[in-house]
Unconditional design. Structure first.
Length: 583
């Protein structure tokens, strides 16, 4: 009976974007595995990926490390050490998994005597070679820039890269592509003419959307074959490269921030005044580019009139559970509004989450301890103000009930009711002066929290949510539809930002437990915290996050326009929220 093959991963890598080298490496590794009785349980490849810097989570390298850590294989096969790694840090990561490293062409095997030492030496030499190349690259790049040559990479639309053998005496790197250059010239001239002419019928100048429609109607597509879009055309029209100007080196650039408060990157940061003449043919004049930049980079030109306030409550506030990065708002392929992780880990229905956040906020602000969410500015007793508010609202409600039951007439109630309302208004003013500036100040003490919340602009709602809760979104899987609040259970994690009383109690509990642990009363801090749990119960408790079923009874009161038939859950009541297909 022949011995069972040993399990190994095959890894191939190259720094250039061609499949040929990867195919050759894989073929060589398969032959080696068959000849030496290795079972390749998985093949990993990184094409156009450098081993001189960190390789991201989505690379074959990262997936291979995860597989080794899970015990799926005991060895890694590669053709040469440089294909696998070029840094000592990567060697340490591999050694931590306990994997055996085999370079088939070099005959290096870390499982043999002296093999591990040779691997270390070769990686050290590769890392030293990288440092030497970097030392040579920097002065070469500086001289190349002084000569007017662009940095390597794909040229902008309108130009093509010239191979080394065809560059001539001046060494020009770019040549003009006539068909693309015609589009570039037309776009610049048309846009400049519109700017000089001025707006017509309120349309923006230049009208990028109309220009894109004209180009697409003539089948003049981008280099990748895609249709022209306003954002693509805009990037081209603000780029001084088309005026024959070379952008300053990365080391010399400064980040440009416009009056909108946003950083602008790429061509937008390239001020023509900072450019130097480049060794390629200009397609337009510097004056044309400068005029278009003034028009297109004007912050008043943005779609929302320069208003960069938050339009959607959870944008930038809720985070992705996978990468902890704040989610952004956008639209999916069906033009439905969604919240999306910038790294692509999840996409969730926007309207449904907004309604859920609204209901949670109103519920929290209606709790008895809500006034503790803000701090007094001048030592005012907020508890006393809150008791006064409860007393006044109780009086007002009793007066209204007396009128409804016929106990008192409208003439008898009118003066008393006006007095109560005036005192409530005065109380609200005193409350606003008594607390430190907070997004919640205008909401606490309100008679109708829901109405006050709905009257706030989106920016204020966003700030208030940030002061109330923390939200973490989980991916729900491709094709899963979240139609109701019940569907959000387990995939939307909410944590309250606690009131001062709760936070102070929590800190005090932790300090007492820590003191007892340091005094030797308990072997671990965890034991001390557990033992003093009863003491903690005498302090204000943390509010639980209500489930959809817990909130069901307040849906008719707090979620307007939903009717009285809640059918036992918020989810049923909020079926009007627009669903979306989750990726």
């Amino acid at each position: 009976m022949s011995p069972r093959p040993r399990r190994a991963f095959a890894y191939a890598r190259q720094s250039v974007g061609s499949d040929e080298g990867i195919k050759q490496q894989r073929k060589a590794l398969r032959k080696y595995a068959k000849r030496n009785r290795w079972e390749i349980v998985a093949e990993y490849a990184d094409n156009d990926v450098s081993a001189s810097r960190d390789r991201g989570d989505g690379t074959g390298w990262a997936q291979m490390l995860a597989g080794l850590a899970a015990g799926e294989a005991s060895a890694v096969l590669c053709t040469e050490p440089s294909r696998l790694m070029r840094r000592l840090r990567d060697l340490v990561d591999l050694r931590d998994t306990g994997a055996r490293l085999i370079a088939t062409r070099k005959g290096l095997d870390s499982g043999t005597s002296g093999g591990g030492w040779m691997w270390s030496q070769l990686v050290v030499m590769a890392e030293h070679e990288i440092e030497q190349k970097e030392e040579r690259r920097v002065p070469f790049a500086r001289e190349r820039h002084k000569a007017g040559h662009p940095t390597p990479g794909e040229p902008p639309y309108g130009y093509a890269w010239i191979s080394a053998k065809d560059r001539g005496k001046k060494g020009r790197r770019w040549r003009v592509v006539p068909s693309e250059a015609a589009v570039v010239r037309w776009a610049f001239l048309r846009a400049a003419w519109e700017v000089e002419r001025g707006p017509v019928d309120g349309a923006p100048v230049p009208n990028l959307a109309a220009m894109c429609r004209a180009l697409n109607a003539k089948d003049r597509h981008t280099r990748s074959g895609a249709v022209w879009r306003s954002a693509t055309l805009r990037r081209m029209l603000v780029n001084p490269v088309y005026a024959g100007l070379l952008q300053p080196r990365r080391e010399d650039r400064l980040t440009l921030e416009t009056s909108t408060g946003r950083e602008r990157r790429g061509a937008e940061t390239f001020d023509p005044a900072d450019g130097t003449p480049g060794l390629w043919d200009a397609l337009v004049t510097v004056e044309t580019v400068t005029a278009l930049r003034s028009a297109l980079l004007d912050p008043r030109r943005t779609r929302n009139g320069g208003n960069v306030a938050r339009r959607w409550p959870l944008s930038g506030l809720a985070t992705c559970s996978t990468c902890s990065v704040p989610v952004r708002s956008g639209v999916d392929r069906q033009r439905k509004r969604v919240y999306r992780c910038p790294a692509g880990h999840l996409t969730r229905s926007g309207p449904l989450l907004d309604e859920f956040a609204r209901a949670l906020a109103i519920w929290r602000l209606s709790q008895p301890d809500a006034h503790g969410l803000v701090r007094p500015a001048d030592g005012t007793d907020l508890d006393a103000l809150d008791r006064e508010r409860v007393d006044l609202t109780g009086r007002r409600d009793r007066l209204v009930d007396a009128l409804a039951e016929g106990v008192l007439t409208r003439e008898e109630i009118g003066p008393r009711l006006d007095d109560v309302r005036a005192r409530l208004a005065d109380l609200e003013e005193r409350w606003g002066r008594a607390v430190k500036p907070s997004p919640l100040s205008g909401l606490l003490g309100a008679d109708d929290v829901a109405a006050r919340w709905d009257a706030l602009p989106a920016t204020a709602q966003h700030a208030a949510l940030g002061a109330l809760l923390r939200v973490q979104l989980e991916p729900v899987g491709k094709g899963v539809r979240a139609r109701t609040f019940d569907d959000l259970a387990g995939s939307v994690l909410v944590e309250w930002v606690e009131s001062d009383a709760v936070e102070q109690a929590a800190r005090a509990h932790h300090e007492r437990a820590q003191a007892a642990w340091l005094a030797g009363e308990f072997p671990t801090l965890s034991d001390a915290l557990d033992a003093t749990e009863d003491d903690w119960q005498t302090y204000p408790t943390r509010l639980p996050v209500p489930t959809p079923a817990d909130l069901a009874s307040i849906v008719p009161r707090f979620v307007g326009g939903l009717g009285d038939d809640t059918r036992g859950t918020l989810g049923a009541a909020l079926s009007r929220a627009e669903p979306t297909t989750e990726p």
